[in-house]
Design a protein around this ligand. Sequence first.
Ligand SMILES: Nc1ncnc2c1ncn2[C@@H]1O[C@H](COP(=O)(O)OP(=O)(O)OP(=O)(O)O)[C@@H](O)[C@H]1O
Ligand SMILES: [Mg+2]
Length: 204
Amino acid sequence: MQLLNVSHLKKYFKDIKAVDDISFSIEKGEILGLLGPNGAGKSTTISMLSTLIKPDDGVITYKGKDIVKSPQAIQGSLGYVPQEIALYPNLTGRENLEFWGRAYGLKGNKLKKQIKKVSGIIGITDRLKDKVSQYSGGMQRRLNIGAALLHEPELIIMDEPTVGIDPQSRKHILDTVLELNKEGMTVIYTSHYMEEVEYICNKV
Ligand SMILES: Nc1ncnc2c1ncn2[C@@H]1O[C@H](COP(=O)(O)OP(=O)(O)OP(=O)(O)O)[C@@H](O)[C@H]1O
Ligand SMILES: [Mg+2]
C-alpha cells in the first residue's frame, strides 16, 4: 500500500532553491533513505512532510489525502525526530518522555506503559531518573528518537539521527530502526552517510 506520495515538490527561500522539483513515494513497511550533502534540502523536505512549513509548489499526499489542505491526515500518524536535539536538559529522561507523551495525547497507564516500552527500545531504562544534561551525546540522541516513538506512529521521519555519535551508539540506533521496521513501522531516514543508508534502506 502506498503511504506517502511526493510529487514535484518545491520550496524556495528568495533565490535559494532549497527543494527543487523532487518526487518520490514510500510504501507501507519500507525504509526510504533521503541522502544528500549539507544544504541539499533534506530538512526542508522533512519540514514540509511534517506540515511545519508549506511547499511553494507540488503535492504531498498521505494515504491519498493532500496534507497541505488537510494536515491532520498525517499529523496523528507521524513521529518526527528533529535534527537538533529537542529535549529539556534540566528535566530527567522520564520527565522528558512524559512531556512528549502528553504532547502526543497520551496519559495515565497508557503513558507509563509506553515510556517503559520505549526506554527499553532505546536502551536508557537504567538512566531514566537522571537529568538529560548528564546524558552523553549518544544517549541524548537515543532519547530524542524515543520521544517520537511514544504514540506508536505509523510513519517515523528521522533527520540525521546519528550525527556526532560514536560507532557503537550509531550501530544501536541503526539496529533500533531495523527492529521498529520489522514490527511494521515505515521509516524515512535522512543522512549524509552513504554506508548507513546502504545498511538500512530499501530505497534511496
Ligand atoms: N528558513 C530558511 N530561510 C532561508 N534559507 C533557508 C531556510 N531553511 C533552509 N534554507 C536554505 O535552504 C537550503 C537547504 O537547507 P536544508 O536545511 O534543507 O538542508 P539539509 O540537506 O538539511 O542540510 P544539512 O545536511 O546541513 O542538515 C540551504 O541553502 C539553506 O541555507
Ligand atoms: Mg538538515
